[in-house]
Every structure is written in structure tokens, then in C-alpha cells.
Write a protein that binds this ligand. Structure first.
Ligand SMILES: [Zn+2]
Length: 366
């Protein structure tokens, strides 16, 4: 059972065989910490991520080498700081598409941009620090592992966790298999952020490029970065509504100054223009969820997490549910109008899921 201690650190149901150094490597932040054998997460520290946007002069190879340097440097720092803890096992939650069989990183658009090539992080780390035990797990997988380690009083056949953050992705856990199954060859599952979608605002089609380089993926519009791009485009498509909106008042009608924070505040204050943008953003995801539930009736729980969901809270779920109800589930919604409401809820939304999930991944030997 998860609980917040008075110190603000988190404990997770133990025991762990070893004290584990854990990392959460995201597009915006790098986090490190130590998971003790008793299941206490401690010594958490975060630093700004090294990515292709904040270090545009570095090549992808240099950014990847920078990550290895950060990881090995943090390991040495923590080993020095806690000499009695015998820290030789490291779990890394990685914000990247990766092959779960081999750990090979296939692509991380948020970290390394559209020119990103596959990168064998594990090989680099083992060359650099051969005496340590390294495990790499995808960050959404880590978040779902943390989620299912909690006792919720429910026993769904399958649980899907959807993260809407710098990027979008999902993972589905099978209770029957007691695992998160992946493609038996390619080792991936749930990369919905890279499904092509049609995005429209007031019947005007918008086209945007995804972090991976392809056109019109779900990520391109509906992730945190996608929303910031749309805030530069949609005011021109609906200039009258924009001029009368809270968004315009926040930035003196200069749409170029709009950020996600302005949008989140306007949504929370029920600004009609901001709500109309939110509805346009939740529609493509709603369409994908309907397809998921249609072909996989065992999905009985869908958990929403991620920075966008955290910032917009109940407004996000409300908009998503409105879109789902409008689309409907064939032969179900008509007899069960609460079908989606019962399935879609919030997961644990804090900053610790990657760190805790990385430790659980070590425990189950992923
Ligand atoms: Zn993509």
C-alpha cells in the first residue's frame, strides 16, 4: 500500500532484495533516488533533462553520451553518499519506445528529436560500469507496474494506463498473464502516440509534425507539446472567439505568448474558447479508446496519468467522457449510459511513478 510519509518521501510494499538506485529519465526532467529494501524511496533529486531542445548545438550521439555520463555520475555520487547501502543494482525508467526483450531504445522524440536513431543504452552502461547490474524499462510500463502494485479493491481482467504528458502512450496489464505483454519479436506495446489521426478545429483541418518526424500523429496535437503548438495556430482560426477569451486577456491578445500554463488556467476557469480547444484535443484520443475497448473487452479499467491530465484535472476527464459518450459503444452505451464513466478514472498522479516502477521492474527481473 502506498503512503506519503510526513517527510514527503514515499514507501512501497516491500521487500526488495537489494537497495536499488532508481532513475526516471523524462523529456523534461531527469530524476534519481534510492529504493531501500524496506520499500522506502529516498534521496530523490531532479535536474533538467538534457534534450535536443535545450542543447540544440549537441549531436544526438553527444546527447546520448550525456545521458550515460549523467547516469554513471549519479550512481557514483549516491554510492559515495550512502557507502553502507551496497548500491550495485540500478533500475532506469526511460521515456522512450524500447524493445522490452532487449532494452534497445528505439526512439525518444522528446529527448533526442526527430532524427533519433536506435541506441543501446544498456551496452553503453555495461561498458562504462561493468560491475553494476542495470535494468531499463519503459516509463509508461514503470508507471503501470507501480499502479498495479497498489491495492485498489478492484480486480479487472486488464488494466490500461494512458499517459498524456510531453508525449502520449499507453500500456495494458493482463491479470491472467500477470504481466504487460509485448510483441514477441519487436518487444513493444501501446505506442498510441504515434497513430496517425485527423485533427480538426471548427471543421478546419490542422496538420502538425510529431516529435518522431512523422505527420499528424496523436502526439503532434494532443500531448503537452502538441497543445502548445495548437495554441499558436487555433487563435488565427477563430480570431473573434480568441479576442473575447480569457486566453487573449492573459497575453494582451498576443497568441505567440500563449503557453500550456495559460491554457490550463483558462480551462480550469471554464473559459469557453479554452474548453473548445480542449474538446478538440480529447476527441482523437476518445476515438482511439473506443477502438481499444471494442477489440479488447477485457480492458475494464483505464487510468489517466501525466502532466496534462494533472494540470487540467477533472476538466480533462469530463471532456474525454463527453467525447466518448458522443461516439458511443455499439450495443452497450444505449443500455449502459455510464459504461465509460465506470472505466475511465485517474491513476496515481505524482512524480514518483517512474522511480518506484523502475524498482519494481528490478524486483520482477524485467
Ligand atoms: Zn510520432
Amino acid at each position: 500500500m502506498m503512503e506519503e510519509s510526513m517527510m514527503g518521501s514515499t514507501t512501497v510494499e516491500g521487500p526488495f532484495h537489494d537497495n536499488i538506485i532508481v532513475f526516471d529519465i523524462g523529456g523534461t526532467w531527469f530524476r534519481s533516488g534510492v529504493m531501500t529494501t524496506e520499500g522506502k524511496l529516498m534521496a530523490v533529486r531532479r535536474s533538467q533533462a538534457l534534450n535536443y531542445r535545450n542543447a540544440p548545438d549537441r549531436s544526438i550521439h553527444q546527447l546520448q553520451a550525456g545521458l550515460v555520463h549523467y547516469l554513471s555520475g549519479e550512481v557514483r555520487r549516491l554510492q559515495t553518499e550512502f557507502p553502507g547501502m551496497n548500491l550495485h543494482t540500478i533500475g532506469i525508467s526511460m521515456g522512450a519506445a524500447l524493445n522490452a526483450h532487449t532494452g534497445l531504445i528505439l526512439n525518444s522524440g522528446p529527448l533526442w528529436g526527430p532524427e533519433c536513431q536506435p541506441f543501446d543504452l544498456l551496452v553503453s552502461l555495461r561498458e562504462c560500469e561493468p560491475h553494476l547490474r542495470w535494468i531499463v524499462v519503459n516509463d509508461i510500463t514503470a508507471a503501470l507496474l507501480r499502479q498495479i502494485s497498489e491495492k485498489s479493491g478492484r480486480s479487472p481482467a486488464r488494466v490500461t494506463l494512458i499517459t498524456v504528458s510531453t508525449g502520449i502512450g499507453c500500456r495494458t496489464y493482463s491479470a491472467a498473464l500477470q504481466s504487460i505483454p509485448v510483441d514477441r519479436v519487436y518487444g513493444i506495446q501501446g505506442e498510441i502516440g504515434h497513430i496517425p489521426v485527423s485533427f480538426e478545429y471548427k471543421n478546419v483541418r490542422v496538420e502538425l509534425r510529431c516529435d518522431c518526424g512523422s505527420l499528424n500523429h496523436l502526439n503532434a496535437f494532443c500531448s503537452g507539446r502538441g497543445i502548445e503548438l495548437l495554441l499558436q495556430i487555433i487563435p488565427d482560426l477563430a480570431s473573434e472567439q480568441f479576442r473575447g477569451s480569457l486566453l487573449a486577456r492573459q497575453v494582451g491578445s498576443q497568441a505567440a505568448k500563449l503557453t500550456f500554463s495559460h491554457f490550463a488556467e483558462a480551462v480550469r476557469k471554464n473559459d469557453p474558447f479554452a474548453r473548445s480547444i480542449l474538446d478538440a484535443i480529447t476527441l482523437p484520443l476518445a476515438r482511439i479508446i473506443v477502438v481499444m475497448l471494442t477489440v479488447d473487452p477485457e480492458i475494464e479499467d483505464i487510468l489517466l496519468v501525466g502532466g496534462v491530465v494533472r494540470a487540467l484535472r477533472e476538466k480533462y476527464r469530463e471532456s474525454l467522457l463527453n467525447q466518448l459518450d458522443a461516439i458511443g459503444m455499439y450495443q452497450i452505451s444505449s443500455v449502459d449510459p455510464h459504461f465509460f464513466h465506470h472505466r475511465i478514472r485517474y491513476g496515481v498522479i505524482d512524480d514518483d511513478s517512474g522511480l518506484i516502477g523502475a524498482a519494481i521492474a528490478v524486483r520482477i527481473g524485467r
